[in-house]
Design a protein around this ligand. Structure first.
Ligand SMILES: Cc1cc2nc3c(=O)[nH]c(=O)nc-3n(C[C@H](O)[C@H](O)[C@H](O)COP(=O)(O)O)c2cc1C
Length: 152
């Protein structure tokens, strides 16, 4: 059976929670499915080298922007840049099915803006978005998209 790889970064735990619940959702529907979770923040914290992805993956990116309004300013990405470095490392982006953005709707035009920018920069699709930790319907909708991508 295919292995699913989820590459993400999470600073305050919301995305990590989403990944955990998404993994449970997928494994409940596919007995024995291997779900690889790669937390870029941990890699960097532990001083581990980046590596080439052998398996196709889906990226998950919360939004952290400094100031601005998302229209004519406010695109300064803070804290999450290591995910872009990993995606860029040795052409890893070629193995990326696409990106799922997350954020907080209070940020209006900046909502999930960084994931949209990564999609343009690396030329892969913005697969979906969810707010904060995500609701069960977000898990199910995104989980079903992942099933389609991996043909499982
Ligand atoms: C300093 C800061 C800046 C943020 N900027 C944005 C933003 O520009 N757009 C947005 O949609 N969400 C923004 N957020 C909300 C986070 O993306 C949201 O809380 C997300 O769920 C955090 O994910 P994490 O807990 O996995 O790190 C910001 C949060 C913080 C603390």
């Amino acid at each position: 059976m295919a292995k699913v790889s989820l590459v993400y970064i999470s600073l305050s735990g919301n995305t990590a929670s989403f990944i955990k619940r998404l993994t449970v959702f997928l494994q409940e529907r596919h007995e024995g499915l291997e779900v690889e979770q790669i937390n870029i923040k941990d890699l960097v914290k532990e001083g581990q080298d980046f590596f080439v992805m052998d398996n196709p993956f889906v990226a998950f990116l919360p939004t952290y922007l400094e100031g601005g309004n998302g229209v004519d300013s406010g695109d300064v990405e803070i804290l999450t840049n290591d995910l872009a470095r990993f995606i860029d490392f040795e052409n890893n982006y070629k193995k990326c099915f696409g990106i799922v953005g997350s954020g907080n709707r209070n940020f209006n035009n900046q909502y999930c803006l960084t994931a949209k920018q990564y999609a343009q920069r690396f030329d892969f699709p913005l697969l979906d978005t969810f707010e904060l930790r995500g609701l069960q319907n977000d898990i199910e909708r995104i989980g079903c998209k992942i099933e389609d991508l991996y043909h499982i």
